[in-house]
Design a protein around this ligand. Sequence first.
Ligand code: NAD
Length: 490
Amino acid sequence: MPETTSAASPLPVANLLTDLYIGGKGVPAADGGRFDVVDPATGSVITAVADGTVQDAIAAVDAAEQAAAGWAATAPRQRAEILRRAFELMTAQADDLARLITLENGKALADARGEVAYAAEFFRWYSEEAVRAAGELVTAPSGTNKILVLQQPVGICVLVTPWNFPAAMATRKIGPALAAGCTMVLKPASDTPLTALAMARILADAGVPSGVVNVLPARRSGAVVSAMLHDPRVRKLSFTGSTEVGRILLREAADQVVNCSMELGGNAPFLVFADADLDAAVDGAMVAKMRNAGEACTAANRFYVEASIADEFSNRLAERMKALRLGPGLDETNQVGPLVNGDTASKVEELVRGAVDAGAKAVVGGRRPEREGFYYEPTVLLDVTPDAPILQEEIFGPVAPIVTFEDEDEAIRLANATEYGLVSYVFTGDLARGLRVSEALDSGMVGLNRGLVSDPAAPFGGTKQSGVGREGGHHGMLDYLEAKYIAVQW
Ligand code: NAD
């Protein structure tokens, strides 16, 4: 019998699968292993989940292979309707799913609700794209023949996702892969496997045939993912996670020349010019910094503020940060939940300590509160030295380091001085300056007078070491399709 939680369990989603999901069934791990999923608000165990092995990974690829031809041949309209049903089922269960995300990830319930709505939109958007995988037909320049280009599914996909958006990072891959006609194995982060397993149930209820989507929680992620990338049947890796792990997987993927889409780390600069609407800039800063308590690849990591308005901006931001209520995410009165685990909280603590030791001043926060769970106080740091590690590394916590600049050239130079290039934010009242600076910033995305860029209809992704490829929008589906060119003479 597959392991599920009972309807009477404290989990917000009834009958949640806690086994591996392979070939449309819940199955235990080959060696019977399980691992604990922990509530970051208390540090206590929520439940245990099957711990996939290399043998299970190959069984999941077997299931994906068996389903591949049938799914690729399924009419695009039918694939579209299944995706649309998945959107509707997710929306109908939004509240339960949000509670599940908060339970295993820690984020405040309002953030979890926002994530479910965002995640479900990928199913709706790709239900609309599924019937629009257009090819091309042109006459060759020589005039002798036609150039016909078909878009075909890339093949079996391995999808690897992080813990910070356990629903949205999965649907942002599953949606376009299903629309394109691919079958897949999803390896969710081991901190947050329950949301991925809830997704598997929703997709099955929506009508996705057995074996098309397989979900493989596994603590031995290196071995399990490597085994799949060395299986010649696997043709695609889509990874979201840290740049460090991304580099390892690009090397692994090289052995079989597996097609790769990589959504990696960020180090987003947030520029505020003196001519900006300061109310809008502070609102934007709160969204860009505090969505998910700062645990977002798009989180504003470095604030560069024009010197003449730096005091006013910092005071206003500090006031807003100070007013935030910290506590368990399931309590609706709390706006900031715990960080996902003790290591993440310790890393934030270490980065702030390093900045303060080098001369920065914490005007708000700057410490880990003494309470159970993995919390860090919303923090604003002033006088941060330009070489402080907190400006070079992803903070992944509720900390806003502020640095001043004198002119536009300096702002652009500081913003671009990083190996990352995911997103930048610019606040200015001068649209010409806004567009000029946006063009000069070396990042895949820019929020211009806006603290939020994520949109299922837009191409999300980075330049430099923030990644390869785009997710979302029309571009997101191209990552799961391969062009076949036929030279035709008629
Ligand atoms: P991570 O790189 O530690 O893990 C991501 C996934 O890879 C997890 O499923 C993990 O189990 C797996 N993994 C870890 N080591 C592996 C290995 N050796 N081989 C195969 N798989 C392995 O990242 P995380 O801590 O889960 O997530 C935070 C990171 O994700 C941050 O760097 C953040 O910026 C990034 N992120 C990027 C985006 C984006 O769209 N660019 C979105 C969200 C998160």
